[in-house]
Design a protein around this ligand. Structure first.
Ligand SMILES: O=P(O)(O)O[C@@H]1C[C@H](O)[C@@H](CO)O1
Ligand code: HPA
Length: 258
């Protein structure tokens, strides 16, 4: 259906207890490019089915624009999900990593969403990032995973963002590992940075879709199809963790005790 007032196509939907509207945008294959408004249990939510990436040619201002729109809509907590390659040797394909912290590698090179004049309506010039991923929300996610019987494949770790679009060389992967990264991906950090800047509480979940080779003798080659295939395989489980998390989020009494 086409909204006459806008150039965004949309349609109404009802799926598995979630009701709302779908809006479509253009994004990378495997990302649906839809903005979904609806309810999980009695909680009103907005979902991005897909995101904008730096490697698609979007500026970091465009990549993070939805986060500021969510803030203006009254959103208080943002849950970011992504696919990433496992650098930590203990991680297995299909593991879910609760993101404890991140390394903003593009930010080191000046590709940072908060570069330029600071918009004081959203946050301060020099925001603290040492507590970007809320401790209380991380604990709730880990507790829920345990209750659901998923504790064998739910971990905590540090996510490192690279710009992409190529996957890492072995030398790059070794460097990221030595720097303290447990997984590597091409997204998320700009959105989290802007979310933290404007005072949103953040939970991050990263699905380990492939093992990143740190060894020249390994023959496996990562590709985007593998990433999509593992994402599909774990979609139901991730959905269960997320819906249970949202349903239990009222239990979080002191979300600010980070
Ligand atoms: O949006 P994410 O980061 O989950 O998308 C995944 C990771 C890379 O951007 C791309 C590579 O397969 O898909
Ligand atoms: O191995 C990877 N590297 C970078 N981004 C990724 N996204 C999924 N897997 C990977």
């Amino acid at each position: 259906m086409q909204d006459e007032q806008s150039y965004l196509p949309w349609e109404e939907f009802e799926f598995d207890g979630i009701y709302g509207l779908l809006y479509y945008t253009q994004v990378v294959p495997g990302h649906d490019g839809r903005l979904v408004f609806g309810y999980v249990k009695d909680k009103s939510c907005v979902f991005m089915q897909g995101r904008f990436h730096l490697y698609e040619g979007y500026s970091l201002c465009q990549v993070t624009f939805p986060v500021r729109v969510f803030k203006l809509m009254g959103v208080e907590t943002i849950i970011v999900t992504n696919a990433s390659g496992g650098l930590c040797q203990d991680f297995k394909v299909g593991d879910i990593m609760v993101i404890k912290d991140h390394i903003n590698l593009p930010g080191f090179a000046g590709q940072h969403p908060l570069c330029g004049p600071n918009d004081e309506r959203f946050g301060i010039r020099f925001p603290c990032m040492s507590d970007a991923y809320n401790k209380v929300l991380r604990k709730l996610a880990l507790d829920i995973s345990m209750e659901l019987g998923y504790s064998n494949f739910v971990r905590e770790g540090v996510y490192c963002m690279v710009s992409g679009p190529n996957f890492e060389t072995i030398a790059e992967a070794r460097m990221l590992h030595v720097l303290g990264s447990d997984s590597v991906g091409m997204s998320t950090v700009p959105e989290v940075t802007v979310a933290k800047h404007c005072g949103l509480h953040v939970l991050g979940l990263s699905l380990i879709t492939n093992k990143v080779s740190l060894d020249y003798s390994r023959e496996e080659k990562v590709n985007h199809e593998e990433v999509l295939q593992i994402s599909k395989m774990r979609a139901e489980m991730l959905q269960k963790v997320l819906t249970t998390f949202i349903a239990h989020s009222h239990q979080v009494e002191d979300i600010n005790s980070n």
